[in-house]
Design a protein around this ligand. Structure first.
Ligand SMILES: Cc1cc2nc3c(=O)[nH]c(=O)nc-3n(C[C@H](O)[C@H](O)[C@H](O)COP(=O)(O)OP(=O)(O)OC[C@H]3O[C@@H](n4cnc5c(N)ncnc54)[C@H](O)[C@@H]3O)c2cc1C
Length: 240
């Protein structure tokens, strides 16, 4: 009873989500679109917990960012396959349109972008860490402050949302193999990349960094070294 009251106060719910559509992003990642009756809406950057229950009652629960902005009673998750993982192989390979999962959300109140928030926005994602940043990019409007996205990926075939990222505000930073015509030699993101493609600390952007833990640690360190105020650096770690 107390738990239900607290959950209502926090604004998140445990709901049944029915898969209505899937879209392959890469050979090992896909976007899942669910219909979720009763979904209360969410802010760009929030996540949800997916709970799977086997016939014998065994359950497994994992967090996934909401990869699209609020859209009535629909949500999208974008999942990278973790080889030998428990939950991601089911979501990337096995779940079929019409199947149901339990969804707890929306969750998280810090790693969010609010449309009324002042100031420019610097998004830096590594691999599947693009998921909540894509929701932020799509949540902005013509009236929004400037956005800049730096997206670190291994090779061209690892890029999610490829059709949406062709914009002067977006820079793809390849770490292993770049397409023909890209001058930057493939390497992991460094201080020179932040200077060349990011936003200067003097413009006081709110920075959102998301991806595997080691990526997030590296990039937040680079931002602080480049004089970004730690109070304006927000990070989400996916594990790994
Ligand atoms: C707030 C939050 C949001 C997240 N959003 C997303 C998202 O949008 N998309 C997405 O694909 N994932 C996301 N994740 C990661 C996700 O929750 C799972 O950790 C991931 O899908 C692996 O789960 P699994 O059950 O397949 O693997 P597990 O069975 O949990 O782990 C198997 C092995 O893989 C390692 N491992 C666990 N997680 C990762 C990882 N992320 N990368 C590499 N190795 C890993 C483990 O250490 C273990 O050795 C998010 C995590 C958090 C905390």
């Amino acid at each position: 009873m107390a738990g239900t009251a607290l959950r209502r106060r926090l604004g998140h719910r445990r709901l049944t989500a029915r898969l209505v559509e899937t879209r392959d992003e890469t050979a090992t990642a896909r976007t899942l679109r669910f219909a979720v009756p009763g979904w209360p809406g969410h802010l760009a950057g929030q996540h949800a917990d997916v709970r799977l229950t086997a016939e014998d009652g065994y359950t497994a629960q994992r967090s996934y960012s909401l990869s699209a902005p609020a859209d009535g009673e629909f949500v999208e998750l974008t999942v990278q396959l973790v080889p030998d993982g428990e939950v991601s192989p089911y979501l990337v390979r096995d779940i079929e349109v019409g199947d149901e999962v339990e969804l707890l959300g929306p969750l998280g109140g810090w790693f969010v972008w609010r449309p009324e928030q002042p100031g420019p926005v610097l998004l830096i994602g590594g691999g599947s860490g693009i998921a909540p940043l894509r929701a932020m990019l799509r949540a902005r409007s013509a009236a929004s402050p400037p956005f800049r996205l730096l997206y670190s990926v291994r090779t061209p075939s690892d890029v999610y949302f490829a059709g949406e990222l062709d914009s002067p505000d977006v820079t793809l930073l390849y770490t292993r193999e770049a397409p023909d015509g890209v001058e930057r030699t493939p390497h992991r993101i460094d201080a020179a990349d932040l200077t060349a493609y990011g936003l200067p600390a003097a413009e006081e952007p709110t920075c959102y960094v998301c991806g595997p833990t080691s990526f997030v640690e590296t990039v937040t360190g680079l931002l602080i070294d480049a004089a970004h105020d730690p109070a304006r650096v927000r990070a989400e770690r996916f594990g790994g």
